[in-house]
Design a protein around this ligand. Structure first.
Ligand code: OSB
Ligand code: MG
Length: 369
């Protein structure tokens, strides 16, 4: 395959329900859709799902636009390749910037799947026909509001609920939700807001039978994660700490995790995410697929990845309607009773809605070989 043209679309979508994490609150999201065209005229779509602010990862929408347009796309344009794994070496000089890389990698995988006339999931080696979806709930103004939100998701059939926690919003909300739902598959995610001095405080979460405590400490704080894991039964899960296979290796060696959240965006694309899956499975870790409030393109890539056998825990691939009134793909991703079907159509598995994308576009750029 040879990419002859590339287009970036910065698309702004309002969120159905504003989302609050330990660091920020959002009412709309700008993601960059990447469109790659090969010499035969076939098109593959990818999504750069970076946050606007550098609070989850160092990248922003602006930095992704810069890196994709100035470095990644110029490296890819006009180059022949036979498998998307090869793109890793095409841009190996570019350090970090995993979200930007992920969007281009994803588009290349979709083109590759189309060229092979296979669904993206099959091309990746996935065998599941359906994926179990969990939901992620933001920090709510009150515990009562949180309980209403949890009930809404349980009613929708989601079998797993993840709660964002932060200092001042941790033990009590978790106690309240656990008391109301004694058997619910429940887990918490701190997005790295705690420090090593909070190990004792976090040990209190061990009594609630949580499926995992996700990323309590900062991305580079592997030792506190290992220390917490030594002192609690609840599995520690890493998210922000693992951007590369080398970091995964170090975390495994330190016994800093029992569960890995794999995000296509955070790891720089489907090639790297699949490699992380293989290594985590070999190491006996629990694995699941995390999300970044993706629009339909990125969401479908998450669904395809989640079809690999090692994804043993529910993924953050809730239906699009939880976040967006109208998605950028048709049909939109739907979860019925907490289950998402893996598309069987070739490539991405849904049609990209160009008209809607156009209506929501705030910036566009075309590059040619
Ligand atoms: O840590 O998983 C996270 C969203 C933005 C930044 C970080 C995270 C999240 C989510 C999104 O939890 C979950 C989803 O996409 O369904
Ligand atoms: Mg997380």
């Amino acid at each position: 395959l040879k990419i002859v043209a590339a287009r970036l679309h910065r698309v702004r979508m309002p969120l159905v329900h504003a989302f609050q994490t330990s660091s920020h609150r959002k009412a709309f999201l700008d993601h960059i859709l990447v469109e790659l065209e090969d010499a035969s005229g076939a098109v593959g779509w990818g999504e750069i799902a970076s946050s606007s602010d550098p609070y989850y990862a160092p990248e922003t929408v602006e930095s992704c636009w810069h890196i994709a347009s100035q470095y990644l796309l110029p490296a890819v344009l006009g180059r022949s390749w036979t498998h998307p794994d090869q793109l890793q070496s095409v841009w190996s000089k570019v350090r970090g910037n995993y979200f930007a890389k992920a969007g281009v990698d994803m588009a290349a995988w979709v083109l590759h799947a189309e060229a092979e006339s296979l669904p993206l999931a099959t091309t990746l080696g996935g065998t599941r026909t359906e994926v179990v979806a969990g939901v992620s709930l933001g920090i709510e103004p009150t515990i009562d509001a949180l309980l209403v939100e949890v009930q809404r998701q349980v009613d929708a059939g989601y079998p797993r609920v993840k709660l964002k926690i932060a200092p001042g919003w941790d033990i009590e909300p978790v106690r309240a939700v656990r008391a109301a739902y004694p058997k619910l598959d429940l887990h918490v995610d701190a997005n790295g807001i705690y420090t090593a001095g909070d190990v004792k405080h976090l040990q209190q979460l061990d009594e609630f039978g949580l499926t995992m405590i996700e990323q309590p400490f900062g991305p580079r704080e592997l030792l506190p994660h290992a220390e917490l894991q030594r002192t609690i039964r609840t599995p520690v899960c890493l998210d922000e700490s693992v951007e590369t296979l080398a970091e995964l290796e170090t975390a495994i060696a330190l016994e800093a995790l029992q569960i890995l959240n794999i995000k296509v965006s955070r790891m720089g694309g489907l090639s790297a995410a699949r490699a992380a899956h293989d290594r985590a499975q070999e190491a006996g870790l629990g694995v699941w697929c995390g999300g970044m409030h993706e629009f339909g393109v990125g969401r479908l890539a998450n669904v395809a990845l989640s079809s690999l056998t090692g994804f043993t825990l529910p993924s953050d691939v809730s239906g699009s309607e939880k976040y967006y009134a109208r998605d950028v793909v048709v049909p939109a991703v739907v979860a019925v009773g907490g289950i998402v079907q893996v598309p069987t159509a070739t490539g991405l598995g849904a049609v990209v809605d160009r008209e809607w994308i156009k209506a929501r576009t705030v910036a566009e750029l075309t590059l040619r070989d």
